[in-house]
Write a protein that binds this ligand. Structure first.
Ligand SMILES: C[S@@+](CC[C@H](N)C(=O)[O-])C[C@H]1O[C@@H](n2cnc3c(N)ncnc32)[C@H](O)[C@@H]1O
Length: 281
């Protein structure tokens, strides 16, 4: 009679090596990727190995354990720091037309931009708040697990050619001026006007391991949860729910939803087809 394979036997050597690699990273650096979605995580590890010129996972583990700079490079690959200004124009339109008018009725507002990467989302937020007359009453907390991307974000710089490519989405999102008007140019680089960064606090925060640090009227977390498995999405959602004031708003990415949020029934969707939700209880 043929033996039934146990789950243990079903694991490939590569599965085992990746498990050990993630365990080693967690023990050495405290970054825990064990609940990240499998397919993108594998792609990131493979891309990082090619870039580091190592051919086996065990050799890569050795490199990571002994060379902190290789860990920092992996962080950017796993975190996928791709971003842009006014990404998902429908979301920004909804924030401008349906969320900000509510926030405007408050004496002051606290906003958390979670997984802000190199800052483009925060610059977009600052510009919309300015145009809607709310910037001076707003405090923006911009966080990411990756210190390197935060260091770039803090500078507020953006190549002029890239600004031009963002203009279309800015206008679709209801922009009232032109993006270059918010940047001072030096050569081919635009620097976001200082005033638009004065109400922003940048800080490292990891959704896997860190707790809530304030309460917020609006949390923007776009294109981060898609890289998490359901269990980790659940954790993040609990954190968001606890961190939102009653009647606060949560904006997710176009491909993200409340499907894994234990508190999904405690929100209502602000606009059909857009992942912006309001906490109702
Ligand atoms: C694809 S970018 C999204 C950037 C921006 N929110 C947007 O939509 O354009 C994902 C960001 O999430 C960050 N990230 C990934 N895992 C995280 C975690 N556990 N805690 C905090 N940030 C995380 C990454 O470092 C990266 O900057």
């Amino acid at each position: 009679m043929k033996a039934i394979p146990t789950p243990f036997q079903l694991q490939t050597l590569e599965d085992i090596e990746i498990k050990l690699l993630l365990e080693a990273i967690s023990l050495r650096y405290g970054y825990d990727f064990r609940e990240y979605a499998v397919a993108p995580l594998r792609r990131s590890i493979s891309a990082a190995m090619t870039a580091e010129d190592v051919t086996t996972i065990s050799a890569y583990q050795d490199r990571l354990l002994h060379d902190a700079s290789s860990m920092q490079r992996l962080l950017s690959t796993v975190g996928v720091s791709v971003t842009s200004m006014f990404r998902d124009a429908d979301t920004w339109r909804c924030l401008r037309d349906e969320v900000i008018p509510v926030l405007r009725t408050y004496p002051s507002v606290r906003i958390w931009s979670v997984g802000c990467a190199t800052g483009e989302e925060v610059y977009s937020l600052a510009i919309v708040l300015k145009e809607e007359g709310l910037y001076d009453r707003a405090s923006i907390y911009a966080t990411d697990m990756n210190e390197d991307t935060l260091a770039i974000a803090r500078v507020g710089a953006c190549p002029i050619e890239r600004l031009r490519t963002y203009e279309h989405d800015y206008l679709l999102a209801g922009g009232q001026s032109s993006l270059p008007n918010y940047f001072t140019t030096a050569g081919r680089i635009g620097r976001l006007n200082r005033g638009l960064l004065s109400n922003v606090t940048w800080a490292q925060h990891n959704l896997v391991t860190d707790a809530s640090f304030n309460t917020f009227h609006l949390i923007v977390c776009t294109n981060v949860l898609i890289y998490f498995r359901p269990t980790l999405q659940q954790r993040a959602h609990r954190l968001f729910y606890e961190s939102l004031v009653r009647s606060g708003f949560l904006a997710l990415g176009q491909r993200e939803s409340l499907i894994f949020a234990p508190e999904s029934s405690r929100y209502h969707q602000v606009h059909d087809g857009v992942s912006v939700f309001r906490k109702v209880r």
